[in-house]
Design a protein around this ligand. Structure first.
Ligand code: AMP
Length: 446
């Protein structure tokens, strides 16, 4: 390497490069983890109570999986997918949602032989290249529940109940549930015709997006939030008025089940959910507080043709997904706390190299016995360590100085009573346990 080249390399090594998360992506730091932990615990508990088994699917799937299921003309697939070609020239995508992968797995692993319904739940990141804003990220987290194999509307009611139970378990109670039925392959084509003819007559009053949707996905026009479109939509024919007898019966029974469960809902005739695979029931769960603004927290519905579409046999199914990032935001807005993190009750201080080394096994002994210990092994100064112990508000401080490390003893200082005692190293776990139990009892009596 020539001298100038070497200088260049040295200079560029000196240049500090700072990296940041890319737009729409974020770190979830330890301070926020108690909120996430509370959601995960609620999901696990309700999944267990309602007999759902966990499934973890890959985050990368073939692009065609989503094109075939979620739908080529949907916003998610058309505009928001992270797509790329692998070195092996496969066209793959970061998953934008979970349902297609769950159904792929159901078919791939021959789950049709299992007792019906097959109940699966997942939890993990999803990716959508949408415009980032509060409550909308490019990597966000969802949990989702899918019940595959039953046609009965009672399953639709139960899946709504499951979603609400999770929200309740987190502490989120005020939820606005909206339901609708968008029919099946029997009745939807007729309704679509009616809708298209109504909209075509008012095409000039629709936004450009909706004019295109008229050709590709007319139901989506009902979902448009543009002022000019909402006026047209208000008078549009409604799917619930054009259901076939089977879909009508299904929807009526679902509403009766919700009444029976005392679940409050409203029928939103404009709710279509935007994805291609839904049939019959669709629903969304919204936050109700004005302070939060209106945010959809989750949604789902029935997808009776999806399994067949992915190569399985005709199998009805129903499911929902909820957004964890938004649930955390609602928890914060409503002052709902995350899981309580237990604070360490013991601090382990050390002085000198030998003591420091021995402290490692004392720490492990206490940790194995289920006692959470704080320490500051990187610090040599005893005063600084005791200050930290004080700040943490621990009940006991264990001190191993140079003398104790040679004598194989430890000083146990009671931070509440103020007294201290020297114990032999082998007895330290037993003694600490005894003292902590005593402190606990005294606190209870007070
Ligand atoms: P969807 O799969 O679009 O029905 O979304 C289900 C739920 O996922 C929504 O109700 C939101 O809570 C959440 N969600 C969807 N997209 C995003 C996003 N870009 N950022 C954060 N949460 C999202």
């Amino acid at each position: 390497m020539g001298k100038t080249e070497q200088n260049k390399t040295e200079n560029s090594n000196k240049k500090k490069v700072k990296f940041q998360t890319i737009r729409g992506m974020r770190d979830i730091l330890p301070i926020d983890q108690p909120y996430w932990d509370k959601i995960r615990k609620a999901v696990d508990k309700i999944a267990f109570d309602y007999n759902y088994g966990r499934i973890d699917m890959p985050m990368v799937e073939p692009v065609s999986l989503f094109e075939r299921t979620t739908g080529k003309d949907t916003d998610i697939v058309e505009k928001e997918m992270y797509k790329f070609e692998t070195q092996g020239k496969e066209k793959v995508s970061l998953r934008p949602e979970g349902t297609p992968s769950v159904v792929r797995a159901y078919v791939e692993h021959g789950m049709k032989t299992k007792p019906s319904p097959v109940k699966l739940f997942y939890i993990g990141p999803m990716f959508r290249y949408d415009r980032p804003q509060k409550g909308r990220y490019r990597q966000f987290f969802q949990f989702g529940f899918e019940a595959i194999g039953e046609q009965d509307p009672i399953l639709d009611a139960q899946i709504i109940q499951t979603a609400l139970r999770i929200f309740n378990a987190i502490g989120i109670n005020k939820i606005d549930l909206q339901v609708n039925s968008i029919g099946c392959n029997e009745c939807r084509p007729n309704y679509n015709k009616l809708l298209v003819s109504y909209l075509k007559n008012r095409k000039q009053s629709l936004c450009m997006n909706c004019r295109n949707r008229l050709k590709t996905n007319p139901l989506r026009v009902l979902d448009c939030k543009e002022e000019k479109c909402t006026q047209v939509i208000a008078q549009a024919p409604q799917s619930v008025d054009h259901l076939c007898p089977d879909c009508k019966k299904h929807f009526t029974y679902l509403l009766e089940c919700l009444d029976e469960l005392k679940i409050i809902y409203s029928i939103n005739p404009h709710l279509v959910r935007g994805l291609d695979y839904y049939t019959k029931t669709v629903f969304e769960l919204w936050s109700q507080d004005d302070k939060e603004g209106r945010a959809s927290l989750g949604g789902g519905g029935r997808y009776d043709y999806l399994i067949e579409k992915l190569g399985g046999r005709k199998t009805p199914a129903v499911g929902f997904a909820a957004g964890m990032d938004r649930l955390v935001e609602v928890m914060k807005d409503r002052g709902i706390k995350g899981t309580k993190i237990s604070k360490p009750k013991v601090f382990l201080a050390q002085l000198g190299d030998l003591a420091k080394m021995k402290s490692l096994s004392i720490f492990q002994g206490l940790e194995k016995a289920g006692i959470t210990v704080a320490e500051s092994f990187g610090r040599g100064n005893l005063k600084a360590q005791l200050k930290k112990a004080d700040q943490l508000g621990v009940d006991l401080v264990l001190i191993m100085g140079q003398r104790e490390s040679l004598d194989e003893t430890v000083i146990i200082k009671d931070m509440i009573g103020g007294n201290q005692e020297v114990v032999i190293l082998d007895k330290v776990v037993v003694e600490v346990k005894k003292k902590l139990d005593k402190i606990k009892k005294e606190v209870r009596i007070k």
